[in-house]
Design a protein around this ligand. Sequence first.
Ligand code: C5P
Length: 267
Amino acid sequence: MPDESMSAETAESGPSRAVGRTAVVIPAAGRGVRLGRGAPKALRPLGGTPMLVHAVRAVARARTVSLVVVVAPPDGAATVRTLLDEHPLPDSAGATDVLVVPGGETRQESVARGLTALPDDVDVVLVHDAARPLVPVETVEDVVAAVRGGAPAVVPALPVTDTVKQVGPPAPGALPGAPEPVVATPERALLRAVQTPQGFDRATLVKAHEHTPSEGEGATDDAGLVERMGVPVVLVPGHEEAFKVTRPLDLVLAEAVLARRRATDGF
Ligand code: C5P
C-alpha cells in the first residue's frame, strides 16, 4: 500500500536533487556458507586481496562517492577496521571516508545498521554487496546519476539468460533434492536479474527499512522494501562483471576477470 506520509518529492521522480553527499553502505556481515567452510565471505581473498577491499575500492573510485560505510560481521568490526587500514584506498579514490560498523543476523538488519551510521549531510545512499567485488565504476556512477536525476530508487539489472520456473511449496516430508512441483513459467523477456549497487534517495530508503521489520531471512534486496511502500523503482543496465560471488565456481570466474583486468590495464 502506498505510504501516505511519504512526501510527493520523495515518492515520485521529481526535479534533480540539491546536492548533499553520496554514501555507499556495504553489507559484509554474511557468513558465506554456500562458498564452503572458511572465513566470512567478504574476507576471503581474491587475487591475494580480501573481497571486501575490492568492493570498497570499486565504489570509492566513483568520483561522486565521498563516504563508504562497511557493515562488518557482528563480532568482527575491529578485524575489518584493521584490514581496511592495511589496504588503504588508492589516490584515485580521492578523499573518501570509510566507516566500519557491526552488522546483524540478516542482510536487512546489516543494511539498517549501516544506515544509522550515516551523517546528516548524506542525501543519496547506495547499498552494495561486498560479494560483488568487481562492479565497474561506470555502473556505480550510472546509479548515482539516475538518483540525482530524480528517481527515488534505482537498480542495475540484466536480462536473464536461463528460463525461470516458479515452484510450489515442497510436499510434506520432502527431502532436499526431491523433485519439486512447477506452478508457473514467467515470460523470460519480462524478467531481469538485479545487481548492486542499488541507489536511493536517503529518506526513502530509511523509511522503507523502518516500515518493514526483519522477519526470517529478512529482505535480500533493498529495492523490494521500497516497492512495498508503493514507491516507484526503476532499472538501469547492470554489468556482467557485477556478478555476486556466491558459490565456489564464482570465485574461479572472479579470479579470471581480475587476471584479465590486470593483464589489460594494470588494474
Ligand atoms: O547472502 P547473500 O549472498 O545474499 O549476501 C549478500 C551480501 O549481504 C553479502 O555482501 C553479505 O556479506 C551481506 N550480508 C550481511 N549480513 C548478513 C547476511 C549477509 O551484511 N547477516
